[in-house]
Design a protein around this ligand. Structure first.
Ligand code: AMP
Ligand code: MN
Ligand code: MN
Ligand code: MN
Length: 283
């Protein structure tokens, strides 16, 4: 079993990169990729921790949100990225600046809605310096007794259409894919079926658009994909000559019920996918 989509404390996960490696070894995964949102700050620790476990393939990755021509956002996972690449580093800085602006607006809207949360309350919810996102705001709301759970924070306040929702500035898909490629990575469209109103036909249209910009692969195996969704994505991948990836999107305690490797219990990402990805990456 492999897991090519995970988050650490460098973004909105609750395990450090070293703890992720330890959990991967314990769960006997053959490979794990660290794919934090908008940052590569966890990669050094992740690779160092994995160096003493030759039985585990550790892959440096990242996850960016990007914009399609329709205005919809898609998530793009880059695998095998070079964390020293200057353009990639600059892109991470840009995304974090956009997040800072957005976080300030989310807090202003919460205050206006009668929730006296401060940026310090939100910063207190991260264990190490890292990317701040809505999960940290949700944790602060929970810690101050304003909501009954993280999920409730999204449903009542932070999610799309709720009082504190603030859209996020992101790069156009073409630029996002260019950045991943410039850093030597392969680009995979992550959890393609999880968007509201996503259909197989729309998924195929988006694949065609993303392929123009050099999309390498697509995440068919995913904790929140149904078996039918996985099967449909596999069919599209075959039809359009895309590599296939898969992962749990593990966030530790921030995604309740999602385990490393096995997701909600039924996820099984075949080892052979990585063999194929490696053949493509090295060839
Ligand atoms: P952001 O990147 O700041 O827009 O926050 C999005 C992150 O919030 C996702 O990557 C998930 O980790 C988390 N998230 C999104 N929706 C929910 C939800 N309903 N309950 C808990 N966490 C969520
Ligand atoms: Mn997340
Ligand atoms: Mn995502
Ligand atoms: Mn993710």
């Amino acid at each position: 079993m492999i897991d090519l989509h995970t988050h650490s404390t460098a973004s909105d996960g609750t395990c450090t990169p070293s703890e992720l490696v330890a959990a991967a070894v314990k769960n006997q995964l053959k490979a794990i990729a660290l794919t934090d949102h908008d940052t590569i700050a966890g990669i050094r620790e992740f690779l160092a921790a994995a160096a003493s476990h030759p039985e585990l393939t550790a892959i440096a990755g990242v996850e960016f949100s990007c914009r399609m021509s329709s205005g919809d956002h898609c998530h793009m996972v880059g695998l095998f990225i070079d964390p020293e690449n200057a353009r990639l580093q600059e892109t991470c800085v840009q995304y974090c600046q956009w997040r800072d602006e957005r976080n300030a607006n989310i807090i202003r809207l919460l205050n206006e809605a009668g929730y006296p949360i401060t940026m310090d309350d939100v910063l207190a919810e991260r264990s190490v310096p890292g990317v701040i996102g809505r999960p940290h705001v949700a944790a602060a709301l929970l810690a101050h007794g304003h909501v009954s759970s993280m999920r409730a924070a999204f449903e009542q306040l932070l999610g799309r259409g709720r009082p504190a929702f603030t859209p996020r500035k992101v790069l156009p898909a073409a630029t996002c894919l260019e950045t991943i490629h410039a850093a030597g990575g392969l680009a995979f469209w992550a959890h393609p079926m999880t968007r509201d109103n996503m259909t197989v036909a729309k998924c195929e249209r988006y694949i065609l658009e993303l392929k123009e910009f050099g999309l390498d692969g697509i995440e068919a195996y995913y904790a929140d994909h149904t078996m039918t969704q996985t099967r449909n994505v596999l069919t599209l991948a075959r039809r359009h000559g895309l590599l296939v990836s898969g992962g749990s999107d593990f966030h530790g305690a921030n995604h309740q019920g999602v385990a490393l490797g096995s997701g909600y219990g039924h996820l099984h990402v075949p080892n052979e996918l990585l063999d194929e990805i490696l053949r493509h990456h090295q060839g």
